[in-house]
Design a protein around this ligand. Structure first.
Ligand code: GAL
Length: 708
């Protein structure tokens, strides 16, 4: 009897233990939500998050950026997933180097932070083609971001392209990759949230029923991947359950989720704004940003993500646009080089500390709102279990206010919020910056590059095997498939010796339109002019007198892309380049339309096909001393030089002030496009008080939008 009893007892203990283990396991690993907040490990959280996009820095920088973000008071790192970087051609994946997403997430995990994975896979983000691989555009019957089989996932894709990815397959690919490394919080990993699509609301409305069906499909498809963590959709009020709809904007206090049982989350609190070639640089005052964040939290918000916390660099040809600069600095708390930008970083850090001191009250109570004056309010959080936190706000943009709260006087500067984690003592006011301003200065590295060699790009080259001839003008994107920024359009024009202009000296005019983004025009090998689109008017109009000769004349037009658009729907309809008309005016017959001529197309530059940018390229290129090359300068030239890497590990930049427009490679890696075109427009001085909206607070007019 005795021994039977003891065995039973042991059995019983065993079961109790098992249950406990399973229970704690479940609690440890679950992420859910309720009307107040995301619930992690069974606890509601106020989360401060920041966007850091892994391909916009180098893997060597990641740990430093993430540790700085942690020091700045962040709990979460938010990133998009960059489809066109991960799948450059159908079925060929790249998860290496700057695209090593797993490594990036493991660094986040090691730092003890959470991650929000915004898979998209449409991501906008000023990223080339909004993140879509350009090859997707050429899948027969595809229509982007709508209820379309080939886009979502359709057997025809397998048939035509042998099992490559459309939206569903890519999403599943990423989820599976994350699962295989145990990266979801449900597996003990850092990912607590995932996003499907991006700001679909407006598109959905404009598309109608197909848009709605696609959105519902996307949501269900995402949920079926069973990540164990919630999915969100940003900026779409119709977001179906169980997905959470979230807000993006400069301010989000007025946002309410579409169901009362969802938390109020802000996925893009814009810390500044992006820059375009020819545009000035935005600077969002940190007082206003802090005010917006505090206002969001006081109205019940529980997650704020700074877009961007570190903007970084659009390396290579990854910038979207057109005309997005290589720098994606964004006036973020960490600057393009990963250096701390003060007072933005420090002031936000203080704000985050103050918010965290209120966390218990914030997650446990609804705000009680009382008016303290005509433009002043108190938001007070009194949890039933005790404690109290208050936010005292002054919305007046001009005057400060003295208010009475809980029988005490408080002074509130204009457009500011004071935070009182105990409902008595002010620990932080959004307008009072106690952090010193830092000034980033470029200092010479000592690695002056003096000796240069140059190579004249071949203007006349034709027929090296890579040309196509066709009647009429063809779409540049279709021709290049975005393998290069450059496409040559060449044709020949026969001029009769009896032409009037040959004797009168009144030259004919070549008139041409291009959908973008720049064009260089050569007649009989001579450069006769260039035209550039501008960020406000992307189309290019060219009109120049041309010196033609009797007989055959060669007209060569070099069309140049400066990043593919990243915003909108129906990417399948976009075309670009010289789509006509191309017309010669002032001939005997009046005008001659060359648009339906026989045109010969050459994809890319000669120097590109010779791989001149690679340090290992063995080519027949005739480089010459730059001093000699300058004498017979034509507008298309390659320059190269060797330099010793400067000592130390400070960030380095190249001063491109003396250059025009092109691309730069170091050790064979493209660090991006450059274009020293000046910023036009109004630069408006900025006050922190009042709604921030570009073009307010712009600097740098009259200077290159990007010099470094
Ligand atoms: C948002 C978009 C982001 C980014 C931002 C501007 O609307 O979701 O991807 O493009 O605008 O920087």
């Amino acid at each position: 009897m005795g021994s039977e009893f003891s065995v039973k007892k042991m059995n019983f203990m065993f079961w109790v233990l098992m249950v406990l283990v399973i229970e704690t396991q479940l609690i440890r690993c679950s992420v859910t939500y309720d009307r107040k907040a995301l619930v992690i490990n069974g606890q509601r959280k106020i989360l401060i998050s920041g966007s850091i996009h892994y391909p916009r820095s180098t893997p060597e920088m990641w740990e430093d950026l993430i540790m700085k973000a942690k020091e700045g008071g962040l709990d979460v790192i938010d990133t998009y997933v960059f489809w066109n970087g991960h799948e450059p051609s159908p079925g060929n994946y790249n998860f290496e180097g700057r695209y090593d997403l797993v490594r990036f997430l493991k660094i986040i995990q090691k730092a003890g932070l959470y991650a929000h994975l915004r898979i998209g896979p449409y991501i906008c983000g000023e990223w080339n083609f909004g993140g879509f691989p350009v090859w997707l555009k050429y899948i027969p019957g595809i229509s982007f971001r709508t209820d379309n089989g080939p886009f979502k996932f359709h057997p025809t894709i397998i048939y035509y392209y042998q099992a490559h990815e459309a939206m569903q397959s890519f999403t599943e690919k990423i989820v599976d990759l994350m699962k295989s490394h145990n990266l979801f919080q449900s597996q003990g990993g850092p990912i607590i949230l995932s996003q499907i699509e991006n700001e679909y609301g407006k598109q959905r409305e404009s598309i109608g029923e197909d848009g709605y069906n696609y959105m519902v499909w996307a949501a269900n498809m995402a949920v079926r991947t069973q990540t164990g963590v919630p999915w969100i959709m940003c900026k779409d009020d119709e977001t179906p359950d169980p997905l959470i709809n979230t807000c993006n904007g400069f301010y989000c206090h007025q946002f309410t989720p579409n169901r009362p049982y969802k938390p109020k989350l802000w996925t893009e609190a814009w810390s500044g704004w992006f820059t375009e070639f020819g545009g000035s640089i935005s600077q969002r005052p940190v007082q206003d940003l802090a005010f917006a964040v505090a206002r969001f939290i006081q109205t019940g918000g529980s997650l704020v993500n700074y877009y961007m916390y570190h903007g970084g660099t659009n390396f290579g040809r990854t910038a979207g646009g057109p005309f997005i600069t290589t720098s994606y600095d964004y006036d973020a708390p960490l600057d393009e080089y990963g250096l701390i930008r003060q007072p933005k970083f420090g002031h936000l850090r203080e704000l985050h500390k103050a918010i965290k001191l209120c966390e218990k009250a914030l997650v446990a109570a609804e705000p009680l709102v009382t008016d303290l004056g005509p433009l002043q309010q108190a938001h007070v959080f009194y949890p039933e279990k005790g404690g109290c936190a208050a936010f005292l706000a002054n919305y007046d943009t001009k005057s400060g206010a003295r208010v009475m709260f809980n029988n005490r006087h408080y002074s509130l500067p204009p457009w500011s919020i004071s935070i009182l984690p105990d409902c008595r003592n002010v620990v932080f006011n959004t307008a009072k910056v106690g952090v010193q301003t830092s000034h980033m200065e470029m200092v010479p590295s000592g690695a002056d590059i003096i000796e240069w060699e140059s190579y004249n790009e071949d203007i006349l080259a034709l027929g090296d095997g890579s040309t196509i001839t066709a009647i009429g003008l063809l779409d540049q994107l279709n021709m290049t498939r975005d393998s290069t920024d450059y496409l040559w359009y060449r044709t020949s024009v026969e001029i009769d010796p009896s032409e009037h202009f040959l004797h009168s000296g009144e030259l004919p005019t070549l008139v041409m339109k291009s959908t973008g983004h720049a064009v260089h025009v050569f007649v009989n090998g001579k450069h006769i002019g260039s035209a550039f689109g501008a960020r406000k008017d992307r189309k290019v109009n060219f009109s120049e007198k041309v010196n033609l000769q009797p007989g055959a004349n060669k007209i060569s037009l070099l069309s140049v892309a400066v990043g593919l658009p990243n915003v909108g729907a129906h990417f399948e309809r976009w075309d670009m380049g010289i789509l006509g008309p191309v017309v010669l005016h002032g001939l005997n017959q009046g005008q001659r339309d060359l648009s339906s001529n026989r045109w010969t197309y050459q994809v890319g530059l000669k120097g590109e096909s010779m791989n001149l940018a690679s340090p290992n390229s063995v080519s027949m290129a005739r480089w010459m001393d730059s001093k000699l090359a300058v004498q017979n300068q034509q507008p298309l030239m390659w320059h190269k030089s060797y330099f010793d890497a400067p000592e130390g590990d400070e960030p380095l930049a190249l001063d491109m002030k003396s250059m025009g427009k092109g691309q730069v490679w170091i050790n064979g890696q493209s660090i991006g496009r450059y274009w020293t075109t000046e910023a036009r427009g109004d630069c408006k001085n900025c006050t922190y008080a009042g709604r921030f909206k570009p073009p307010n607070c712009q600097v740098g007019c009259g200077k290159p939008s990007q010099r470094w």
